[in-house]
Design a protein around this ligand. Structure first.
Ligand SMILES: [Fe+2]
Ligand SMILES: [Fe+2]
Length: 152
Protein backbone atom coordinates (compact mmCIF):
# COMPACT_ATOMS: atom_id res chain seq x y z
CA UNK A 1 0.00 0.00 0.00
CA UNK A 2 2.65 2.50 1.01
CA UNK A 3 4.45 2.60 -2.38
CA UNK A 4 1.11 3.24 -4.08
CA UNK A 5 0.31 6.15 -1.84
CA UNK A 6 3.74 7.66 -2.37
CA UNK A 7 3.55 7.03 -6.06
CA UNK A 8 0.20 8.66 -6.40
CA UNK A 9 1.56 11.78 -4.84
CA UNK A 10 4.53 11.77 -7.17
CA UNK A 11 2.58 10.88 -10.31
CA UNK A 12 -0.24 13.35 -9.94
CA UNK A 13 1.62 16.10 -8.11
CA UNK A 14 1.83 18.50 -11.11
CA UNK A 15 -1.89 18.16 -11.79
CA UNK A 16 -2.81 18.39 -8.11
CA UNK A 17 -0.83 21.62 -7.88
CA UNK A 18 -2.81 23.01 -10.84
CA UNK A 19 -6.00 21.82 -9.14
CA UNK A 20 -5.20 23.97 -6.12
CA UNK A 21 -4.89 27.02 -8.34
CA UNK A 22 -8.07 26.10 -10.22
CA UNK A 23 -9.95 25.75 -6.92
CA UNK A 24 -9.00 29.33 -6.07
CA UNK A 25 -10.38 30.46 -9.39
CA UNK A 26 -13.54 28.37 -8.86
CA UNK A 27 -14.10 30.22 -5.59
CA UNK A 28 -13.65 33.59 -7.30
CA UNK A 29 -16.11 32.55 -9.99
CA UNK A 30 -18.69 31.44 -7.43
CA UNK A 31 -18.38 34.81 -5.69
CA UNK A 32 -18.64 36.86 -8.90
CA UNK A 33 -20.99 39.78 -8.47
CA UNK A 34 -21.41 39.28 -4.70
CA UNK A 35 -20.20 41.40 -1.80
CA UNK A 36 -17.62 38.73 -0.96
CA UNK A 37 -15.82 39.43 -4.21
CA UNK A 38 -13.05 42.02 -4.25
CA UNK A 39 -12.73 41.88 -8.03
CA UNK A 40 -15.26 42.94 -10.62
CA UNK A 41 -16.90 40.26 -12.75
CA UNK A 42 -14.83 41.50 -15.69
CA UNK A 43 -11.59 41.10 -13.72
CA UNK A 44 -12.57 37.56 -12.75
CA UNK A 45 -13.32 36.84 -16.38
CA UNK A 46 -9.81 38.01 -17.26
CA UNK A 47 -8.41 35.63 -14.63
CA UNK A 48 -10.41 32.85 -16.23
CA UNK A 49 -8.98 33.74 -19.62
CA UNK A 50 -5.43 33.65 -18.20
CA UNK A 51 -6.10 30.34 -16.49
CA UNK A 52 -7.51 28.78 -19.64
CA UNK A 53 -4.82 29.97 -22.02
CA UNK A 54 -1.87 29.45 -19.68
CA UNK A 55 -2.41 25.93 -18.47
CA UNK A 56 -6.11 25.13 -18.05
CA UNK A 57 -6.69 23.90 -21.57
CA UNK A 58 -3.37 22.00 -21.52
CA UNK A 59 -4.38 20.41 -18.20
CA UNK A 60 -7.60 19.07 -19.70
CA UNK A 61 -5.64 17.66 -22.63
CA UNK A 62 -3.08 15.97 -20.39
CA UNK A 63 -5.84 14.29 -18.44
CA UNK A 64 -7.49 13.03 -21.60
CA UNK A 65 -4.43 12.24 -23.72
CA UNK A 66 -1.95 11.04 -21.12
CA UNK A 67 -3.78 9.90 -18.03
CA UNK A 68 -6.93 8.31 -19.34
CA UNK A 69 -5.25 6.75 -22.34
CA UNK A 70 -2.63 5.19 -20.04
CA UNK A 71 -5.34 4.02 -17.65
CA UNK A 72 -7.29 2.47 -20.55
CA UNK A 73 -4.43 0.01 -21.06
CA UNK A 74 -5.24 -1.53 -17.70
CA UNK A 75 -8.99 -1.07 -17.33
CA UNK A 76 -12.08 -1.23 -19.47
CA UNK A 77 -12.77 2.47 -19.16
CA UNK A 78 -16.17 2.26 -20.82
CA UNK A 79 -17.31 0.16 -17.86
CA UNK A 80 -16.34 2.83 -15.36
CA UNK A 81 -19.09 5.44 -14.98
CA UNK A 82 -16.80 7.89 -13.16
CA UNK A 83 -14.59 8.10 -16.25
CA UNK A 84 -17.61 8.91 -18.43
CA UNK A 85 -18.68 11.53 -15.90
CA UNK A 86 -15.21 13.07 -15.91
CA UNK A 87 -15.11 13.30 -19.71
CA UNK A 88 -18.61 14.71 -19.96
CA UNK A 89 -17.66 17.29 -17.36
CA UNK A 90 -14.69 18.23 -19.54
CA UNK A 91 -17.01 18.81 -22.49
CA UNK A 92 -19.42 20.90 -20.44
CA UNK A 93 -16.66 22.89 -18.76
CA UNK A 94 -14.95 23.63 -22.08
CA UNK A 95 -18.23 24.75 -23.58
CA UNK A 96 -19.10 26.98 -20.65
CA UNK A 97 -15.61 28.51 -20.57
CA UNK A 98 -15.79 29.24 -24.30
CA UNK A 99 -19.25 30.81 -23.90
CA UNK A 100 -18.07 33.01 -21.03
CA UNK A 101 -14.89 34.13 -22.78
CA UNK A 102 -16.53 34.78 -26.14
CA UNK A 103 -19.50 36.80 -24.83
CA UNK A 104 -19.34 40.60 -25.18
CA UNK A 105 -19.95 41.07 -21.43
CA UNK A 106 -19.27 39.09 -18.27
CA UNK A 107 -22.18 36.73 -17.59
CA UNK A 108 -22.35 36.37 -13.82
CA UNK A 109 -24.84 33.49 -13.83
CA UNK A 110 -22.64 31.44 -16.12
CA UNK A 111 -19.53 32.34 -14.17
CA UNK A 112 -21.09 31.16 -10.91
CA UNK A 113 -22.26 27.95 -12.56
CA UNK A 114 -18.75 27.39 -13.90
CA UNK A 115 -17.31 27.92 -10.40
CA UNK A 116 -19.59 25.22 -9.00
CA UNK A 117 -18.94 22.78 -11.84
CA UNK A 118 -15.18 23.29 -11.73
CA UNK A 119 -15.05 22.65 -7.98
CA UNK A 120 -17.15 19.49 -8.34
CA UNK A 121 -14.98 18.29 -11.21
CA UNK A 122 -11.71 18.74 -9.33
CA UNK A 123 -13.11 16.90 -6.31
CA UNK A 124 -14.11 13.97 -8.55
CA UNK A 125 -10.60 13.76 -9.98
CA UNK A 126 -8.78 14.13 -6.67
CA UNK A 127 -11.03 11.92 -4.57
CA UNK A 128 -12.18 9.27 -7.03
CA UNK A 129 -10.39 9.20 -10.39
CA UNK A 130 -6.74 9.61 -9.37
CA UNK A 131 -6.95 7.10 -6.47
CA UNK A 132 -8.74 4.63 -8.76
CA UNK A 133 -6.02 4.94 -11.41
CA UNK A 134 -3.28 4.45 -8.83
CA UNK A 135 -4.84 1.20 -7.70
CA UNK A 136 -5.06 -0.20 -11.24
CA UNK A 137 -1.74 0.75 -12.77
CA UNK A 138 1.65 -0.85 -12.09
CA UNK A 139 4.18 1.34 -10.33
CA UNK A 140 6.51 1.48 -13.38
CA UNK A 141 3.68 2.71 -15.59
CA UNK A 142 2.72 5.30 -12.99
CA UNK A 143 6.23 6.64 -12.77
CA UNK A 144 6.45 6.87 -16.58
CA UNK A 145 3.19 8.77 -16.53
CA UNK A 146 4.57 11.08 -13.86
CA UNK A 147 7.64 11.81 -16.02
CA UNK A 148 5.46 12.61 -19.03
CA UNK A 149 3.35 14.96 -16.95
CA UNK A 150 6.46 16.76 -15.76
CA UNK A 151 7.95 17.12 -19.23
CA UNK A 152 4.67 18.28 -20.79
FE1 LIG B 1 -10.28 17.40 -15.53
FE1 LIG C 1 -7.94 18.10 -13.48
Amino acid sequence: MTPNINNRKITFEPLSQEHKEALQLAMQLRRAGTEQSKESAEEIREQLSDFWENGGLAHFREEEELILSAYARYQDVDEIPEVSTMLLQHVKLRSLIQQILEAPDANIEKMRLLGKMLGRHIRLEERVIFPMIVKSMPIEALSQLGMKLRSG
